[in-house]
Design a protein around this ligand. Structure first.
Ligand SMILES: Cc1cc2nc3c(=O)[nH]c(=O)nc-3n(C[C@H](O)[C@H](O)[C@H](O)COP(=O)(O)OP(=O)(O)OC[C@H]3O[C@@H](n4cnc5c(N)ncnc54)[C@H](O)[C@@H]3O)c2cc1C
Length: 193
């Protein structure tokens, strides 16, 4: 029995999991490591901010997907791996990852789909409170509180750093009204629509 380890439940792995449910691989034991019980679909986050969807409507719950696919799911974060320690075994490279709580998890083949992280160390020197867009779970759990505080304060200014896909659909034409400042930043206020 070969062991396939799926690291993260990103877009590509969701597709793999869905395919395994209808087309299982005999002789392969599949394990997923992912810290959150659902995968939030980033493309719908601007719609959630705008109030068009609930967060549940933007998320794929993992429990039902992994059960249908016959996958073992470890709800945890990978916190390290050393590919140099992996041992060749025929066509495979046997190795292990370290997790925050579940210890070392071994694999014969690993597929990594843990997504991107926001590098905000330089910005943290500014002392301003920061809310990185990723991980999406952390963004989602903090955004509504911040939004309420901004609205309650009446005259708060929100700086949006970066102009990725989410911003383009949340900003102009979306729920936030913006003005461009120097240094490429946008300051914006909510229009209340
Ligand atoms: C607000 C917003 C809107 C966007 N809209 C669009 C759009 O409309 N169209 C488009 O093409 N792209 C869009 N993007 C970009 C798109 O989200 C990314 O390109 C895409 O999510 C990348 O997918 P991924 O599978 O690499 O990672 P992700 O989707 O980020 O998935 C990463 C997975 O890994 C897990 N994970 C993370 N760290 C660990 C760890 N240490 N251990 C275990 N698991 C871990 C996470 O929980 C998650 O399950 C948007 C991005 C944002 C932020």
């Amino acid at each position: 029995m070969k062991r396939l380890l799926l690291a993260g439940a990103g877009h590509a792995h969701l597709d793999v999991i869905r395919n395994l449910a209808s087309d299982p691989w005999p002789g392969v034991e599949v394990t997923l490591i992912c810290p959150y019980p659902r995968q939030i679909y980033s493309g719908m986050i601007p719609g959630w901010i705008a109030g068009h969807y609930t967060l549940e409507q933007c998320a794929a719950p993992l429990a039902a997907l992994v059960e249908k696919a016959g996958i073992h799911w470890i709800q945890d974060s990978i916190c390290g791996m050393n590919a140099a320690n992996a041992v060749p075994q025929g066509d495979f490279l046997r190795g292990a990852v370290n997790t925050q709580n579940a210890g070392k998890i071994s694999y014969d083949v690993i597929s990594i789909d843990t997504g991107a992280r926001v590098e905000s160390r330089a910005l943290s020197n500014s002392g301003a409170p920061l809310l990185p867009i990723r991980p999406l779970e952390q963004f989602a759990s903090s955004w509504k509180t911040i939004e309420a505080a901004l609205i309650a304060s009446g005259a708060a200014r929100l700086a949006i750093i970066g102009g990725g896909a989410g911003w383009r659909r949340t900003g102009p034409g979306g729920r936030l009204r913006t003005t461009t400042t120097s240094a490429g930043r946008q300051s914006c206020c909510r229009t209340g629509q």
